[in-house]
Design a protein around this ligand. Structure first.
Ligand SMILES: C[S@@+](CC[C@H](N)C(=O)[O-])C[C@H]1O[C@@H](n2cnc3c(N)ncnc32)[C@H](O)[C@@H]1O
Length: 215
């Protein structure tokens, strides 16, 4: 099957976008808030860090990140979804150090600042490989020397041997781009862009991975 960006479901819209956080909580039987807090702890953020979040969603992640970077840090969400942007702005309105940029992450991003961490959570799998590589290049260009690119997404596993529910989710609920992502060796792709020193953290029986790579 020839993959195309039209197959993607990553541009979450309408009902799914409006109730995104609640839907994630329901799908994971209430586990999502604990999971995402653990992931953000594993990011190893420091007070004062500047973080940019690609495909930032509702702002739930930005608020957790803020607990680690404090008032001296900064969080920039990059988001294009109408309903997502509305929720992000509403949730983060009390914090001057959380900003939102309405910009596509799969096109070159030009900003006059560099970041300690680029975070991308459940977004990268939803692109064709050419666009994933534009996103990776954007991350590289936006990082300070020694900055960290942190990808939270599906791990690299054999879908045929996955348990029934995971196979169903990947093949019937997700778009075909997700299975393409799962099959790829993202570390080698990142190495080709100049990233090094990988660190991995696993969740949900290793079906989900936080992959951290240094510039
Ligand atoms: C599956 S959701 C994940 C949201 C958030 N990262 C999280 O973990 O809760 C994917 C997000 O990426 C955003 N998105 C999709 N394509 C994008 C693009 N080209 N540029 C910027 N954001 C995009 C969607 O609007 C949506 O908010």
């Amino acid at each position: 099957m020839k993959l195309s960006q039209d197959m993607s479901k990553v541009e979450v819209k309408g009902f799914e976008a409006k109730f995104y956080d609640r839907l994630m909580d329901i799908i994971t039987l209430g586990y999502y808030p604990f999971f995402i807090r653990k992931v953000i702890k594993d990011l190893g953020l420091k007070v004062g860090d500047k973080v940019i979040d690609f495909g930032a969603g509702t702002g739930r992640n930005a608020l957790i990140i803020r607990k680690y970077v404090g008032n001296k840090g900064k969080i920039v969400g990059v988001e294009i979804g109408k309903e997502m942007k509305e929720q992000f702005i509403k949730k983060t309105k009390n914090f001057e150090n959380i900003k939102l940029i309405d910009q596509r992450i799969d096109e070159p991003i030009n900003l006059n600042e560099k970041f300690d961490v680029v975070f991308i959570s459940f977004v990268l799998h939803g692109f064709i490989q050419e666009k994933r590589e534009i996103i990776i290049k954007n991350a590289y260009n936006l990082l300070k020397e020694d900055g960290v690119f942190a990808i939270l997404d599906y791990n690299n596993f054999d879908v045929d041997r996955a348990n029934f529910l995971v196979k169903f989710a990947i093949r019937k609920v997700e778009c075909p781009l997700a299975e393409d992502f799962i099959k790829r060796d993202i570390k080698t792709v990142l190495k080709n862009f100049g990233f090094k020193n990988f660190d991995e953290y696993f969740y949900f029986r290793k079906y989900v991975r936080l992959l951290k790579a240094k510039k």
